[in-house]
Design a protein around this ligand. Structure first.
Ligand code: G3H
Length: 250
């Protein structure tokens, strides 16, 4: 039985003090049996957020990690630095990082391995652009990105990964994929994992949908047999909305 996982991706929003106020508001309310609550915050908010989340069941995640453990990489953050803070998850290969920061499938794969070296759980994003969808390439794009991201992992590691299927045209646009379409692609991604690692890994791996998820539609996505959660941007920024997302996943 896969535990549903709702992860807020705050992107480049919220200072450290804003993050702590948010946590104080959702404490207790966003902690619901049977649902895993995660907040992926900017690096600067992580130390205070991890501290504020102590004693709660809310896990804290980062939005990026460098693939090397240390070195002359000005401005970058390593897995060891995140681990020492008490961070549990890290988003890898978000489409915004692929588009604006040149992350390739090879870099994503190196980051996934870096996450595991440091005991962090990667939330790996895959998803097609609008023109790829219109050209009927959605599944092929997702297959290539999934295979690339998971390359070289053991089956046990792959089972721990969280995959987030995020059609790029649905991110921050208010245009969400229908639950049936998202289910179809996510079931396909699970079959790709089965081909790579076998049935038990495919049964264990959690796959989220992301792209204009809101309190009003989260239950419909989570009601699909292969959709195990949501990676949520805009609707995760307000405390009441974040709590409703967690409630909707129950
Ligand atoms: O990581 C989250 C996604 O990019 C979705 O963002 P959104 O919920 O604002 O569409």
């Amino acid at each position: 039985m896969r535990k549903p996982i709702i992860a807020g991706n705050w992107k480049m929003f919220k200072t450290s003090s804003e993050a702590v106020s948010f946590l104080a508001e959702v404490k207790g309310k966003a902690e619901i049996d049977g649902v895993e609550s995660v907040i992926c915050a900017p690096f600067t908010a992580l130390p205070s957020l991890v501290k504020a989340a102590e004693g709660t069941t809310i896990a804290i995640g980062a939005q990026n990690v460098h693939y090397e453990d240390s070195g002359a990489y000005t401005g970058e953050i390593s897995g060891g630095m995140l681990k020492e803070l008490g961070v549990k998850y890290v988003i890898v290969g978000h489409s915004e990082r692929r588009a604006y920061f040149g992350e390739t499938d090879e870099i994503v794969n190196k980051k996934v391995h870096a996450a595991f070296r440091h005991g962090l759980t990667p939330i790996v994003c895959v998803g097609e652009k609008l023109e790829e969808r219109e050209a009927g390439q959605t599944k092929e794009v997702c297959r290539v990105q999934t295979e690339g991201a998971l390359q070289g992992l053991s089956a046990a590691q792959a089972a721990e990964v969280v995959i987030a299927y995020e059609p790029i045209w649905a991110i921050g646009t208010g245009k969400s994929s229908t639950a049936a379409d998202a289910e179809d692609v996510i079931a396909y991604i699970r079959s790709v994992v089965k081909d790579l690692f076998g049935q038990s890994t495919a049964d264990a791996i959690r796959i989220q949908y992301g792209g204009s998820v809101k309190p009003a539609n989260v239950a419909e996505y989570l009601g699909q047999p292969n959709i195990d959660g949501a990676l949520v941007g805009g609707a995760s920024l307000e405390p009441a909305s974040y709590v409703q997302l967690i409630e909707g996943a129950k």
